[in-house]
Design a protein around this ligand. Structure first.
Ligand SMILES: *[C@@H]1O[C@H](CO)[C@@H](O)[C@H](O)[C@H]1NC(C)=O
Ligand SMILES: [Ca+2]
Ligand SMILES: [Ca+2]
Length: 299
């Protein structure tokens, strides 16, 4: 549980810091070199063509190349290159140009159940595959691929019990720490204040599933906002009321190795199987009643 909480603290902080990143995934979790701006030595055709003695020209062209790509942002898996007329464009990154992974935790597992050295290697491969076959390769989870136990029905029902309790605790923790960090907006703070100050609130701890189920019935109202809040945290690329696979990734990918029901839970959450999780589907998965689903709470 503790790991979960730390993890979402990071998530919340980074979501507020960089709300407009294109690929929603782990940029924050797997630290990566900013690969975009600096072309590899030797990979730049201009440098190769320039003769030994044309040093002055080389410098001028080099500057121009750098500048053209400087403010040209490419999404994950792509790098900026310039064509003959010095126009910057994003092309698939060669996976061999990715920095080598230094530890196993940098590995990621794709939905093809193949282990990739790092998310850089993964996204570079995904980019290349996309143009070849158009098949949908996604990042599945953080860490090397491993055997994940099938999730049985009884376990599946436990997942939302823990997750709801955890979301509520995460918000209360954010609220407590907010003085220094500005982790919540004013609107969010008003909502969490009510939960925080409620004396009947179940304090954070390792609770039995029976107690969690009982508390959900008794203090149902306290869980409505946390469920909406998490949806809003994820629904940002774009914020359209639907979660795509990559929007869900920041939550899902680190969770799968710890909670083997994660995949099945989110699959079944997409009740109409259109590959998007709508707010209504999300809320229903977490036991929020239809009449309590409120777009205004996604703040
Ligand atoms: C995925 O790969 C891991 C490790 O190579 C293996 O143990 C596991 O059974 C595979 N899972 C599936 C669904 O094939
Ligand atoms: Ca969205
Ligand atoms: Ca759906």
């Amino acid at each position: 549980m503790r790991v979960w909480i730390l993890f979402v603290l990071c998530l919340a902080a980074s979501a507020r810091a960089a709300p407009a990143e294109e690929e929603a995934f782990v940029e924050e979790l797997v630290t990566e070199e900013p690969v975009v701006e600096e072309p590899e030595v030797g990979a730049n055709p201009v440098q190769i063509e320039v003769g030994e003695f044309d040093e002055a020209i080389e410098i001028v062209e080099d500057d121009a190349v750098e500048n053209a790509c400087l403010n040209h942002h490419c999404k994950k898996g792509k790098v900026c290159e310039v064509d003959e007329s010095n126009t910057p464009m994003c092309v698939c990154q060669d996976p061999t140009t990715c920095p080598p992974a230094e530890a196993e935790f940098e590995h990621v597992c794709g939905t093809d159940n193949k282990t990739y050295d790092s998310s850089c290697h993964f996204f570079a491969t995904k980019c290349a595959e996309g143009t070849k076959k158009g098949h949908k390769l996604h990042l599945d989870y953080v860490g090397p691929c491993k055997f994940i136990e099938p999730c049985v029905d009884s376990e599946l029902h436990e997942f939302p019990l823990r997750m709801r309790d955890w979301l509520k605790n995460v918000l209360v923790t954010l609220y407590e720490r907010d003085l220094d960090h500005n982790l919540l907006t004013e609107k969010q703070k008003l909502r969490v204040k009510k939960i925080y100050e409620n004396e009947k609130r179940l304090q954070a701890g390792d609770h039995s599933l029976d107690l969690l189920a009982h508390d959900f019935k008794k203090n149902y109202n306290m869980y409505i906002f946390p469920v909406h809040w998490q949806f809003g945290q994820l629904d940002q690329h774009p914020a359209d009321g639907y979660l795509t696979h990559s929007e869900l990734s920041p939550l899902r990918a680190p969770l799968i190795p710890m909670e083997h029901c994660t995949t099945r839970f989110f699959e079944e959450c997409d009740a109409d199987s259109d590959n998007y999780i709508a707010l209504e589907e999300w809320a229903a998965c977490f036991g929020v009643k239809e009449q309590d689903i409120d777009k205004e709470l996604v703040i």
